[in-house]
Ligand binder design. Structure first.
Ligand SMILES: C[S@@+](CC[C@H](N)C(=O)[O-])C[C@H]1O[C@@H](n2cnc3c(N)ncnc32)[C@H](O)[C@@H]1O
Length: 276
C-alpha cells in the first residue's frame, strides 16, 4: 500500500534540509504540491522538489557558505566610507553569488545605460535581487532614495539589511515569492535581473504575469536575461531569450530599448500605463 503523505509535514521536513534552509516556505509548498500530482513515491517526490528548488534558486548561491559570516566584511562600513573602499567590500560579497559575479565586469556601463534617459528615481525595487543591492555603489543615484529588495532567502535578506543599516541607506530587504505577485509599489524604477527563466520553471506564465504587474507598478524597469548558461555552454541563449521576451511582454504597455552585454541581455523600459 502506498505510504500516506501529509503535505505540510513533508514541506516542513524539506525546509529543514541544508539546500532548502532559509528559503521562502510558500515556494516549497508550491513545488511540492505539483510533485504530489506527478508521483506517489515519497523518496522520488522529495528528490524532485529539492532538485527544482536548486534549479530556480540554489544553483546561484553557495550552499557551503554561511551568509551571516559575510556581515563581518561589513564591520567597518559606515555612511562615510569612501566609495572606492566600499566597492572593494561589495565586489567581494557579490562574488559569492553566481549572478552578481557574472555582472561584476559591466557595472559602470550597465547602470550608465539604465539611468541615462530617466529622471532621477527616488524609489527603487530589486525583484528576486540575489546580492545585487551590493551594486548600489555603482548606481548614479542622488542621496535620499529608497531601495526595496526581495528574494526567497531569509539569510540573504538579513545580510542586505545589515548593509543598508551600516551604509545609512533607506532600504529594506524582505523574503518574497514573486509567483504570488509583485510585492509593494509603486516604484520609479524596478530591476528584474535574470529571474524570468527561474519563474517560468515553476509557472510557465510567471514571467508574463510579473511583467504585466510591473507595467502598472513601476515607471521604469530594467529586465535582463543571462548571456550564457551557468555552465557557459549554451551560446544561442540571448537570441532565444530575446524572442521569448518579445512574446511575453505587452509591447503596447512599454517603450523598450535593448542593450546587449557579453554577459547579459538587458531591456530598459518605460511604462506607458503606469498609474500616477
Ligand atoms: C539568476 S538569479 C538572479 C539574482 C539577481 N536578480 C541578479 O541578477 O543578480 C535568480 C534569483 O531569483 C530568485 N528567485 C527564483 N524564483 C523566485 C521567486 N519565485 N520569487 C522570488 N525570487 C525568486 C532566486 O533566489 C535567485 O536569487
Amino acid at each position: 500500500m502506498a505510504e500516506e503523505i501529509d503535505p505540510k509535514k513533508l514541506a516542513e521536513e524539506i525546509a529543514e534540509t541544508k539546500k532548502a534552509k532559509h528559503i521562502e516556505f510558500g515556494l516549497i509548498q508550491q513545488v511540492l504540491s505539483r510533485e504530489l500530482r506527478n508521483s506517489k513515491n515519497r523518496k522520488e517526490i522529495v528528490k524532485n522538489v529539492k532538485s527544482k528548488l536548486y534549479q530556480v534558486s540554489g544553483a546561484y548561491r553557495n550552499d557551503n557558505l554561511d551568509y551571516s559570516t559575510l556581515k563581518e566584511k561589513l564591520a567597518d562600513v559606515t555612511p562615510e566610507t569612501p566609495l572606492d573602499e566600499l566597492k572593494v567590500v561589495c565586489r567581494e560579497i557579490m562574488h559569492t553569488h553566481a549572478s552578481t559575479r557574472e555582472r561584476s565586469g559591466i557595472l559602470d556601463e550597465l547602470y550608465g545605460e539604465i539611468f541615462r534617459d530617466m529622471p532621477q528615481p527616488k524609489t527603487i525595487c530589486d525583484l528576486a535581487c540575489g546580492l545585487n543591492p551590493f551594486s548600489i555603489p555603482w548606481m548614479p543615484l542622488e542621496p535620499g532614495f529608497r531601495y526595496e529588495a526581495f528574494d526567497l532567502f531569509s539569510d540573504m535578506s538579513d545580510l542586505l539589511n545589515c548593509f543598508f543599516e551600516k551604509r545609512g541607506i533607506d532600504g529594506q530587504a524582505s523574503q518574497a515569492n514573486l509567483l504570488y505577485g509583485m510585492p509593494g509599489g509603486p516604484y520609479d524604477l524596478a530591476f528584474l535581473f535574470k529571474v524570468i527563466p527561474c519563474l517560468e520553471q515553476i509557472d510557465k506564465y510567471g514571467g508574463r504575469h510579473i511583467l504585466n504587474q510591473l507595467s502598472y507598478n513601476a515607471r521604469y524597469a530594467a529586465v535582463s536575461f543571462p548571456g550564457a548558461s551557468l555552465s557557459g555552454k549554451e551560446k544561442g541563449m540571448p537570441r532565444n531569450y530575446e524572442v521569448h521576451f518579445m512574446n511575453i511582454v505587452d509591447q503596447d504597455a512599454w517603450e523598450i530599448r535593448k542593450v546587449k552585454f557579453p554577459t547579459e541581455l538587458v531591456f530598459i523600459m518605460k511604462s506607458k500605463v503606469f498609474y500616477e
